[in-house]
Design a protein around this ligand. Structure first.
Ligand code: HDE
Length: 748
């Protein structure tokens, strides 16, 4: 078939008239015989099939050009010439100057000089993982998408991210988290580019540069890094009150997640699902983590950013490596696709609004399991390029003005970030469905396209590629009527309420969560310099809740203003609170503090029990190396361990007053001096206690008394029998934290 086309092409080059294929305007009727008769589609072009480990010269290179960057045993140049020395440059004499002709030196250094690409303008820091999505079939009644069909398994790649910080910033910044999923479906790639917060700061994409300029570091000194605790951020959100709803989520525990594995994800905008008959519904997407939604305390975030700034990256990679594959259920809230696009007074096109789950339940439609770590950060996590335009049959967009703007921005940003228009050819971005486009050439073109007619209609390539007819399941453009015919810059009246849902969020929080929110505002505004900014934000807080405003105002030493908006009765949404419930513990970390000579039988039983509960035991010993005489090895020492790493801490038997191994000045700094316990263990226990995490001790440890911690406090277990103590600690951990350890006065 291909040969015939090439012959015909050459004929056409000579000026012979090639007849148009049937179906093309001006073509002969279909009954005309070859070479003008209908042709089946061309076989996949070489760049569209699975690449073969064969070079263009026909020689087997042993390497898959897409997956294996390296082949053969020996060091070579980029051109495959073997090199015997990569440690010395070519010089005129051993003490002489380096020669320009040293290609190996120039190639090595020059390539290195160009190793970095621009970081993402937002969401620069992230972590990725591969996995699979399995449809439950429950969405088949509302969507034609193949990915939702029952038991269809679709490979996915997910990238989690912080928004504000640079690539090298710390993971536990108070920030929104990106939750972007690429589904490599059999009918094309679908990107669900969401966040862990269901609303956004702005209602119109034209404001995106404004909010990002305000939130990023100040342009004069480029500080502060990865933080919203500064004047320009609060200046913007206090002036631009539609941001207040998103901001209260950031100030809540949602802004400092325990792990990427314990975050919800949201599509934020309202999308459209459409079935094979063209009937459509409106939906909001939710990712629900099987492990529950959990956060850390602000103190832990601060400590972790110094002690382990990669805490979230590490947690995700370690959990997957350990086989504790994180899972999320994808669910949808479903609404009628009518002209108003409103639900109980909530404008579904307003991305600063949620629809409480109590009013529209989230219906599960599939399960995602992340089960493989990337093998190369740059090639996969850095080069992955998401794009909300990547839609497939059965999934479409709405007129949400924020979403509409994103449809431009993501494609555009990849041009500078990935250096040209061919980023879809990068292995991580390549669709798993066959590609037959008419896009050609451009920077970094790696495909070798064949044929001569990348245009439509054509007669020279047999009219390939053929537009798909209905049996071939093309994308369905929903013929949605366009509302209004007046060209104008403006927003609907329904976008004007900026405080009702911020108050709804506040009213839905438990007492402890309210305390955290009030403290977060007090901290962030306390870091601002401009009085006017603080006063304006206090006004916004008064419009959310007077008690919240009063608490923050008191901390700032400013008067609390009176509200300027009036609220009617607002029913709280219990689904918004993270507190309560019992959760699986997969991949949680338990520190086990031991002395120089622990009871090994006990210790082995305890590590075994923690392991059996799906968690990771980490033995913390006075020094590295073997623990006692047995088979266990210290994973942490008193010096390297810090509370923020552990979800619970156990003390196995007696701990020495001061370890002979590391009696350092550092170790004593900041620790309360307890009678007879190593100051580093004292610090570890103090922090763990303050962070409301479970603590357990057994044997003749006396560790709690020695550390001055109250035995019998909620979440603290002491006993003779290690197994019984561990069992109780595991049970306590299921509720994430012993919040009742510090009853809050309920003043908010
Ligand atoms: Fe993004 N956003 N965004 N965003 N966004 C980017 O695209 C943009 C918005 C989100 O892991 C950029 O490839 C505009 C909402 C995630 O690679 C850029 C607007 C939501 C990621 C961009 C928004 C998101 C990005 C930067 C306002 C949640 C990281 C690099 C209309 C629903 C994806 C890139 C990854 C990244 C533009 C608002 C989520 C510049 C103009 C709302 C998770 O194109």
């Amino acid at each position: 078939m291909r040969k015939r086309i090439l012959r015909k092409t050459r004929g056409a080059d000579r000026g012979e008239q090639a007849p148009l294929p049937p179906g093309v305007p001006g073509s002969e009727p279909a009954s005309v015989a070859e070479p003008t008769g209908p042709r089946p589609p061309l076989p996949p072009k070489p760049d569209q099939g699975t690449p073969e480990p064969v070079s263009p010269t026909g020689q087997d290179t042993g390497a898959d050009p897409l997956r294996d960057a390296q082949g053969g045993e020996h060091l070579t140049t980029a051109h495959g010439a073997r090199r015997s020395d990569t440690d010395h440059s070519l010089k005129a004499g051993r003490r002489g100057p380096v020669l320009l002709q040293d290609h190996h030196f120039r190639e090595k250094v020059s390539h290195f000089d160009h190793e970095r690409i621009p970081e993402r303008v937002v969401h620069a820091r992230g972590a990725g993982a591969h996995g699979v999505f399995r449809g439950y079939g429950t969405a088949e009644r509302i969507s034609a998408a193949h990915v939702f069909k029952k038991d269809v398994e679709t490979p996915v790649f997910v990238r989690f991210s912080t928004v504000l910080g640079s690539r090298g910033s710390a993971d536990l910044a108070r920030d929104t988290r990106g939750f972007a999923t690429k589904f490599y479906t059999a009918e094309g790639t679908w990107d669900l580019v969401g966040n862990n917060i269901p609303v956004f700061f702005i209602q119109d994409a034209i404001k995106f540069p404004d909010v990002v300029h305000a939130a990023k570091p100040h342009p004069d000194r480029e500080i502060p890094q990865a933080q919203s605790a500064h004047d320009t951020f609060w200046d913007f959100v206090s002036l631009h009150t539609e941001a207040q709803h998103h901001t209260i989520w950031n100030m809540s525990d949602r802004g400092i997640p325990r792990s990427y594995r314990t975050m919800e994800g949201f599509g934020v905008h309202t999308f459209r699902l459409v079935d094979d008959d063209g009937r459509s519904v409106l939906v909001k997407f939710h990712w629900k983590p099987k492990l529950g939604v959990h956060s850390v305390l602000w103190e832990e975030a601060l400590l972790a950013n110094g002690a382990d700034p990669d805490v979230h990256r590490r947690d995700l990679a370690d959990a997957i490596e350990a086989g504790a594959f994180p899972e999320w259920e994808l669910g949808v809230q479903v609404f009628e696709d009518n002209e108003e696009q409103m639900f109980r007074g909530i404008d579904l096109l307003d991305p600063t609004k949620i629809v409480p789950e109590e009013l529209a339940p989230v219906e599960p439609i599939g399960l995602m399991t992340l089960n493989r770590n990337p093998s190369n950060y740059f090639a996969e996590t850095e080069q992955v390029a998401f794009n909300p335009n990547n839609l497939v049959r059965g999934i479409d967009v709405t007129n949400d003005p924020l979403l509409q703007g994103r449809l431009f921005s993501y494609l555009d940003t990849q041009l500078s970030r990935l250096g040209g228009p061919n980023w879809t050819q990068l292995p991580i971005n390549r669709p798993h469905a066959p590609v037959n486009d008419m896009l050609r050439d451009g920077m970094h073109q790696t495909a070798v396209h064949t044929g001569v007619a990348p245009y439509h209609p054509n007669s020279l390539d047999g009219n390939n590629p053929f537009p798909a007819d209905e049996p071939a399941r093309p994308f369905i453009d929903v013929p949605a009527p366009v509302a209004g015919s007046v060209k104008e810059r403006g927003a609907p009246v329904s976008f004007e309420d900026h405080f009702t849902q911020a108050r709804l969020f506040w009213l839905s929080m438990s007492d402890v969560e309210k305390e955290h929110i009030a403290r977060a505002y007090a901290f962030e505004l306390g870091k601002c310099w401009e009085q006017a900014v603080k006063e304006r934000q206090l006004q916004a807080l008064a419009n959310i809740d007077e008690k919240l405003c009063a608490a923050v105002a008191q901390s700032l030493g400013l008067p609390a203003p009176k509200p300027t908006v009036k609220h009617g009765r607002i029913a709280p949404s219990p689904a918004l609170s993270q507190v309560g419930g019992q959760w699986p513990l997969d991949g949680r970390l338990v520190g086990i503090v031991v002395g120089p000579d622990p009871d090994e039988k006990d210790l082995l039983a305890v590590t075994g029990a923690i392991d059996a509960a799906g968690m990771v035991p980490l033995v913390v010993a006075p020094h590295g190396g073997p623990v006692g005489r047995g088979g266990l090895v210290a994973q942490r020492t008193y010096l390297t361990a810090r509370s923020v790493e552990f979800d619970a801490v156990l003390v196995a038997g007696a701990v020495p007053p001061a370890s002979d191994a590391q009696p350092s000045f550092d170790a004593k700094a900041g620790a309360r001096s307890g009678p007879g316990i190593d100051p580093r263990v004292q610090l570890l226990l103090d922090e763990t206690f303050r962070q409301a995490k479970a603590i357990g001790t057994w044997g003749r440890s006396g560790a709690l008394a020695a550390a001055g911690l109250p035995e019998g406090a909620p979440g603290v277990v002491a006993g003779r029998d290690a197994a019984a103590v561990v069992e109780q600690v595991v049970e306590l951990m299921r509720s994430h934290r012993a919040w009742e350890r510090f009853p809050v006065p309920g003043r908010l």
